[in-house]
Design a protein around this ligand. Structure first.
Ligand code: AMP
Length: 547
């Protein structure tokens, strides 16, 4: 027997309809790429998104066509998103930090018919224009006055694009499983692979992210996604905020400590989200200038492991709750949330810090387990490491155009529908997961695994250390031993002996790095993760002192 409730499709444009109808006056504030901070609201964003939809239709864009965006977090970018998705076209967010040849590859692979591009990125496109002739029109997210002289063909300013039409447009009707967004993973090996979100998966994911143990934004909140819209939908905040009527603050192109601080402070932001490197810049700025953020109540940190020292600074020095989260592009992207369970609220701080330093527990709509190399389930005892595998309605089952499929199909799942995240993790009795490494980065010493992430996390707490990375280096007796690579804070004089002394007692003896090397810079991926492949390459001729 079927239920007799209404068949209301879970589609993204209905989120913006809701925001305009019931929270139309709520602001969206942007640090514009042109410079000034500009203000709009959900009613206007809704109106202009429908203009985008109408203009796209006039340009012959149809259901299923891919439209690229190469843009920062701004209100115009949101208008483009909802306009594209509102006609059933696919919004393909492109990470501008990728290498130009990767950008060429994914634009062609996606067959983007049109591109919305910020002023900042016009030069990138000019350099590759000849290789991306699939793109028919470039819409520069600015007005005519700011439109630069450009060698790109078929260029139009966004304000003219929307200015030529009215907003009398009804969203196109389509099934909730229609593709809404496309985001390529910035894999370190092979070509990037496209994750194709559906309207249904985006709506369900935004609802899950909106639960109180996760981002939990309320209509009274002001949320600033510092995490870019091109990094897995700005962790769903672009859907979660209009769903609840939270005010949004969009940081545009300036993600340095002072600029992020200024917006958090002046716009009285209550919730924010980004990768640890962003927060490191903010905290250095606040510490150097003795600043506070009295309005900020929650910071979501993920994308790479959040060091305990950062959690402690936010929570104890600035009274801001840290919500450590883990996820991936293939998971829409949030998988776990590091909020306490009831019995954890009164634990002493050192124990709470241990819990917060883990990546958290599965939120509803994510199933998760760890397995051994043969796919056998491993116990949840918080000690045994295994392959972290997941499934759920927000998890990809295939990559765009079937790339990377297994077992002769385009499916990337095993026979029971599980997706291998490529991460190695432990799961404890209470369901808290801790990432120890990417499978390809684990260090195997004497047959046992050493967690490079654990060592890195503790090392960055050492005074004078700005960044830390651990890689495995060949060793005649133990196969591999850990090498710790450090970037010092400006003017810091921290030595190898200081760092090793700091680690003593905080990690198992046999995890102690065999050596410490200091460098000026640690290579990062386009999404701010340590590029272990490049580091291993850099140290390929290095020999450990004892080896
Ligand atoms: P991406 O698809 O670019 O978001 O990258 C996903 C990967 O980032 C995951 O598979 C993890 O390896 C890593 N990652 C994300 N969040 C965390 C976290 N909180 N701690 C450690 N690694 C993380």
């Amino acid at each position: 027997m079927l239920g007799s409730m209404q068949d209301w499709p879970l589609v993204v444009p209905s989120i913006l309809d809701h925001a305009a109808r019931f929270h139309g006056e709520r602001e969206m504030v942007t640090r514009s790429v042109e410079g000034p901070v500009v203000r709009t609201n959900y009613a206007q964003v809704h109106s202009r998104a429908r203009k985008v939809a109408k203009a796209l239709t006039r340009h012959g864009i149809k259901l299923g066509d891919r439209i690229g965006t190469l843009a920062w977090n701004t209100a115009r970018h949101m208008e483009a998103w909802y306009g594209i998705m509102g006609i059933g076209a696919v919004c393909h967010t492109i990470n501008p930090r990728l290498f130009p040849e990767q950008i060429v590859y994914i634009i062609n692979h996606a067959e983007d018919r049109m591109m919305f591009v910020d002023l900042t990125f016009v030069p990138i496109l000019e350099k590759i224009a000849k290789q991306i002739d699939v793109v028919e029109t470039f819409v520069v997210l600015t007005d005519k006055a700011h439109l630069p002289q450009t060698s790109l063909r078929n260029v139009v300013a966004f304000e003219d694009f929307v200015g030529d039409v009215d907003d009398d447009f009804k969203w196109v009707k389509f099934d909730e499983n229609t593709a809404a967004g496309l985001c390529y993973t910035s894999g370190t090996t092979g070509n990037p692979k496209g994750v194709l979100y559906s309207h249904r998966s985006n709506v369900l994911h935004a609802m899950a992210v909106n639960t109180s143990d996760c981002i939990g934004a309320r209509s009274v909140d002001t949320l600033m996604p510092v995490v870019p819209m091109f990094h897995a939908n700005a962790w769903a905040t672009t859907f979660a905020c209009p769903m609840t009527g939270s005010k949004m603050v969009m940081p545009g192109a300036k993600l340095d400590g002072p600029s992020v601080y200024e917006l958090l402070d002046t716009e009285k932001v209550t919730i924010t989200a980004a990768v640890p490197t962003v927060w490191q810049m903010l905290l250095s700025h606040m510490e150097a200038n003795d600043l506070k953020l009295p309005h900020l109540r929650k910071v979501m940190i993920g994308g790479s492991a959040c060091p305990p020292s950062m959690i402690e600074t936010f929570e104890k020095k600035y009274d801001v709750e840290v919500m450590h989260a883990w996820g991936m592009t293939e998971m829409s992207p949030v998988g776990t949330i590091g909020s306490y369970k009831a019995d954890m609220e009164n634990l002493p701080w050192p124990e709470q810090l241990k819990i917060k330093s883990k990546q958290g527990r599965a939120m509803f709509s994510v199933e998760m387990k760890i397995t051994d190399d043969d796919g056998k389930d491993l116990p949840h005892d918080g000690k045994i490491f295994g392959h972290l595998i997941v499934r759920g309605p927000g998890v990809a089952r295939a990559y765009f155009k079937g790339e990377g499929g297994r077992y002769g199909t385009d499916s990337i799942l095993d026979k029971d529908g599980w997706f291998d995240t490529g991460d190695i993790a432990t799961l404890d009795e209470l369901g808290f997961m801790q990432i120890t490494d990417r499978a390809k980065d684990v260090i195997k010493s004497g047959g046992e695994w050493i967690s490079s992430i654990d060592v890195e996390n503790i090392a960055v707490g050492c005074p004078g250390v700005a960044q830390a990375a651990v890689i495995g280096v060949a060793h005649p007796k133990w196969d591999e031993r850990p090498l710790l690579i450090i970037v010092r804070k400006p003017d810091a004089k921290v030595t190898k002996a200081d760092v090793l002394k700091y680690l003593e007692g905080k990690i198992a003896k046999w995890w102690m790095p065999d050596d410490v090397q200091f460098v000026n810079e640690i290579p990062l991926t386009a999404t701010g993760k340590i590029q272990k492949v490049a580091l291993r390459q850099q140290f390929k001729d290095y020999k450990l002192p004892a080896a």
